[in-house]
Design a protein around this ligand. Sequence first.
Ligand code: NAD
Length: 510
Amino acid sequence: MDCPVPPRQLYIGGAWVEPARGQYLPVINPATEKAVTRIPAGTPEDVEAAVAAADAAFKSGHWNRTTGEYRAKFLRAIAQKIREQKPVLAKAETMDCGKPIDEAEWDMDDVATCFDYYAGQAEALDARNAGAPAIDVGMAEFDVRVRREALGVVGLITPWNYPLLMATWKVAPALAAGCCAVLKPSELASLTCLELAAIAHEVGLPPGVLNVVTGTGPDAGAPLSAHPKLAKVAFTGSAATGRRVALAAADNIRPASLELGGKSSLIVFEDADVEKAVEWAMFGAFWTNGQICSSTSRLLVHEDVAPAFLQHLKKRAESINVCDPLTPGCRLGPLVSEGQYRKVLSYIEAGKADGAQLLTGGCRPAVPAIGSAGYFVAPTVFAGVQPHMRIWKEEIFGPVLSVATFATEAQAVAMANDSEYGLAGAVISACPERCRRVSEALECGIVWVNCSQPCFCFAPWGGIKNSGHGRELGEWGLENFLSVKQVTKYVSPDIWGWYNPPQPQAPAKL
Ligand code: NAD
């Protein structure tokens, strides 16, 4: 099938630019294993040019020294174009990363909503700065207020599982704040990020405000994260790469916000409605083909209901529609790449070798109308998983659900918290008080009650422990790209008086 979007170059300084070394990377459709197009392979020279363009745009003041109201118009125009181009963008996303087309369309809606939301945040920033209240410092001579200003040039490095959405979570707030950005999407899925550049160009975004450099992590990501002209690096990806990015930024005394991996738990209590709980368990593990940072890939089921629950889960998992992800109604497509496919299969082998019970899946499924190509892995459920097993401890990033049982609430919480990660957690129970207790006890940044995975651009997103730090989305997402400036005014009519000239001495009386 032909690629729905045209081949693009790097987008630097408001123009399409051939990569400095003239090299390109193939774009492989993971459902067919065939190359559909190519993307430019950016290298340090291209990163240098992109940062220089962003720096010039920032220094010109044409973006950051204007109003939020001005910037909001561009963000709304981008949202509008995303909506208009949704069918093409969604198709490109699916052919690039393998997510089911229904999910890709949903992503495009979320992208547009996110740009609109941060348009509103940009406007609100004007009002916040104009109406910033005085801080009571206990001295009437001083009027102390706070201004929020754009940080500067920011480097944005993003993964492949939500290619355009993860980029939007950074681009929209960065631009709303007044920053100028260099975006480095994942080399495994960059098509829609290049289309975002095309849309930015179409709506007349000033040159240099958004630059997109595609390429590999070592060739394009590493020089970006180490660039001394950046005010900040915002990164989403694996913990291993996040550590490298944070170290590179720290070397320049620059902050890095990190949205990393996870190994989150869904706890199902004995009073849960089995039908509803199974649906959320599947959504938590198999949505986005299981390649989601917040996946509740650990399932803790109360021992009293485990047999009935697992029986139902097996039946439902085996009924998931695995097919060409471009087919409407597809609910599980291929993994993003051959490397990811092999990695997930090796975890399945590790689960078997460690003695976990393979309840269903564990292999490549028969995929109608696809044949033997494609990086498909059947929805996989392991039961009897023990805390020492790799499939319980490590992020697999594929459609593999590890199930364990528990007897008490305290035991369930302890098992959920026993993880190097702390991104998300979920609890399903008919008892609101128990849900409240568990929500408070889970060590993570996001908790779902009686559901798993819903995500809204208005609410904060991010984790603790090895899942990173900093928060994206909501007003927290904007703060990520703002610097807080204290402005202190001396408002007294009197001289400050510390160095008052010495008073003339009265002549001493004799
Ligand atoms: P990855 O770490 O392999 O790559 C992420 C990005 O970093 C890519 O653009 C890559 O090219 C770049 N990169 C690679 N090496 C680099 C280097 N040395 N310096 C700078 N950049 C470099 O991650 P991935 O495989 O693309 O994505 C999957 C991971 O992302 C999973 O661990 C997942 O949990 C995580 N993730 C987290 C969130 C979140 O919100 N917390 C969201 C989505 C994905």
